[in-house]
Design a protein around this ligand. Sequence first.
Ligand code: GDP
Ligand code: MG
Length: 292
Amino acid sequence: MNHRAGFVNILGNPNVGKSTVMNALVGEKLSIITYKAQTTRHRIMGIVNGDDFQIVYSDTPGILKPKYRLQEAMMSFVNVALSDADVILYITDVSEKPGIEKVYTERIRGSGIPVIIVVNKIDLSNQADLEKIVESWHQLFPDSSIIPVSALNDFNIVALLKAILDILPEGEPFFPKDQLTDKYERFFASEILREKILTNYNKEVPYSVETEIESFKEEGGLIKIRALIHVERDSQKGIVIGHKGAMLKKVGTEARHDMEDFFGRQVFLELYVKVSRDWRNKPMMLKKFGYR
Ligand code: GDP
Ligand code: MG
């Protein structure tokens, strides 16, 4: 088989189990929970490599709240999620009426991107009801695989993976398949720190901040992380540090706890705040932070 590679974007309503499905597919807890919509500029990714494939997953953390949002806002989000997808995983669960979210289903169908319907939480259903649900989805998406799973119990996740590989395009890997660990460990450490900045400061600060993992070293069962928080202006540096350093300390403690959960190791985290004047307008800085 030729090498396959692609972006698999996960869509669906809140609470259907998107994060749980992604974690089951990736086999590790990678998704970062956050309480403010539109917080991460990079969407959260999990990457799974095999000898002859690379799947880049992207989760959509808490952004889709169709019941409470303007339709246009939701549409534009769905459009973004669709724009770079090779495969869409549309996650639903056994309690959702098939096709009730017309906005999604019609937009997704209209995109022409291959979609797999994942019916999650089948542990909460029975065979007869499940057959009806699958049949209704089949009517709506006649060309798609409908895969019933129970992500919580890792049930049928292999079949889902197989369905993804079946329609993943042929192509070279997007990310190097060697030396992945360090790169992704840094990426997730940086995302965890960024999340703590987003949840601890108000107003413009989070959007003027970029996080950078300057060094990441494993030493005797301990991970030593040195991270920089770049801000655009001196005034923001003061806000980030807070009175007598209290805010930075809080951010550091929360980030360290989450990093320890994530990496399963004790973490020693050093944080520095640096004024990188106007970094948003400097191509070299943007490139360094991974924007294209
Ligand atoms: P998301 O908002 O779509 O990302 O949903 P989450 O992955 O956060 O899951 C929402 C809730 O559904 C959590 O309480 C999960 O534990 C639960 N859940 C996820 N998958 C399953 C499943 O297969 N069966 C059951 N019974 N619960 C599940
Ligand atoms: Mg989620």
